[in-house]
Design a protein around this ligand. Structure first.
Ligand code: AKG
Ligand code: FE2
Length: 443
């Protein structure tokens, strides 16, 4: 009896383990929503879309940035062999299944480097990995789908264990039809290269269409109605670490010691107790952004290209939850402003000119360019300080951890005065982290 009641209890209430098992299965189902392909358009440079092709010495050059003429495209189509497809490890020619032209990788070349695109594909298809596996694309074939060409439903034959998918790049030649249908897990999608390419706006420069799909995704190219649909396909592989040469360089030091020391510094009760700024000179050089005449440009985008120890310190201060950014430390000489050690930091790289007089560079920076005063002009002359109360009040104390003169510039500005004269503005790009709230003055 006891055993009977036990078994009925098992039937009524699923065990906790079973509930967890079901939850795992359910949440894995959620992950089936991960994309099995990705597609879109990709911007390229004009030089990227020049095609060189030929089976023998006489190589043709076909530049696609300006639209190719029908005669040029016909020549390319005529240079192709008939495309075959794989059935049971054999290449089969059957134009009722696949009608298209092909060139093997040893009969064509183009400048386009797929690295950026491949990196993008990696992030979309392997977003579930905290550190996505490295992948690479190997040039495979060029195909020309002229009017009436198609490729019926198939899966691509994986070439090697590490191959996980295919990348099809569609060149920007006008065509109609030739949609790519993709099917997986009972779902269907369509990638319409003709309309994707047509949607590229002229002012945006040239672009290509692309679709990257897992090898187990069934796909089919619908019949091309007009024009030429030219594709370049790549095989996509996981890169194997086995063949990678062992690095000769020693492993870089971890950021942990720097972050720990920074933590110790911030924990000091007297250190910037009212808040302030931590300044770091940069150890590498960075190109200042292009300035248009009489405009200013933010240097914030340079943050993405920080190198070496500059990157380490940016990561370390952020690890401590500090707000940090690149700034330019401005100082000026000449005009009313001249002299003094005043310093103002701003994220704007300013185009000074010799037509507009500037009375006080520091005040202009504060008023118009988000400037923060780190040293006010008259701090050394106490009797004059009354006139600068307002600016003094806004002064943020800056503690320099490292100093550097790298990434400095000198500009000329028109200094206001009885007689306008030329002055100089000096700038140095640095990394600044904010500690605590703004420095407040109790007076
Ligand atoms: O051109 C396409 O969109 C796909 C071509 C294809 O399926 C293949 O070459 O295997
Ligand atoms: Fe295919």
């Amino acid at each position: 009896m006891a055993s009977a009641s036990q078994s009925s209890a098992t039937l009524d209430a699923p065990s906790p383990a079973l509930i967890i098992q079901q939850s795992i299965a359910e949440s894995l189902l959620e992950h089936d929503k991960n994309p099995v392909y990705c597609s879109g358009t990709w911007k390229v440079a004009s030089d990227d879309i020049i095609l060189f092709y030929g089976e023998n010495e006489g190589t043709r050059r076909l530049a696609l940035q300006a639209s190719a003429t029908p005669a040029q495209l016909e020549h390319l189509a005529d240079s192709c062999d008939k495309a075959t497809f794989g059935v049971n490890q054999e290449d089969v020619l059957d134009e009722t299944y696949r009608k298209a032209g092909k060139l093997d990788a040893d009969h064509f070349a183009w400048n386009f480097q797929a690295f950026g695109l491949v990196d993008h594909i990696k992030k979309v298809l392997f977003a579930m990995d905290s550190k996505p596996r490295e992948i690479r694309a190997e040039l495979y074939k060029l195909n020309v789908y002229g009017p009436g060409s198609f490729f019926k439903s198939h899966k691509d034959t994986p070439r090697g264990e590490d191959m996980f998918g295919s990348l099809v790049v569609v060149l920007p030649t006008p065509h109609e039809g030739g949609e790519l249908y993709l099917r997986h897990g009972g779902k269907e999608w369509v990638y319409d290269s003709a309309s994707e390419l047509a949607s590229l706006r002229e002012g945006d420069g040239p672009g290509i269409g692309y679709v990257a799909l897992y090898s187990d995704v069934e796909h089919e190219v619908a019949s091309v109605k007009s024009g030429y649909r030219i594709t370049i396909t790549y095989n996509l592989y996981f890169t194997s670490d086995e063949n990678a040469p062992t690095p000769k360089i020693p492993a870089p030091p971890s950021i942990e010691p720097v972050a720990a020391l920074l933590g110790d510094l911030l924990a000091q009760p007297k250190f910037l107790s009212k808040g302030g700024l931590l300044g770091f000179g940069l150890q590498h050089e960075y190109p200042f952004p292009q300035r248009e005449r009489r405009t200013n440009t933010s240097i914030a985008p340079l943050e993405r290209v920080l190198k070496g120890s500059d990157r380490v310190i940016m990561n370390a201060v952020r690890q401590h939850g500090l707000e940090a950014a690149l700034y330019i430390v401005y100082k000026a000489s000449g005009g009313v402003y001249g002299g003094g050690d005043a310093e103002v930091i701003s994220q704007e790289y300013i185009q000074w000119d010799d037509e507009h007089e500037v009375e006080k560079v520091d005040e202009l920076l504060v008023a118009n360019y988000g400037g923060i005063v780190t040293k006010s002009k008259y701090r050394r002359y106490e009797d004059e300080e009354w006139g600068w109360k307002k600016v003094r009040k806004e002064e943020y104390p800056m503690v320099w951890i490292t100093k550097s003169k790298q990434n400095s510039f000198k500009d000329v500005y028109l200094a206001y005065g009885n007689q306008a004269s030329l002055g100089h503005v000096y700038g140095t790009m640095v990394l600044v982290a904010k500690v605590g709230g703004p420095a407040t003055d109790s007076t």
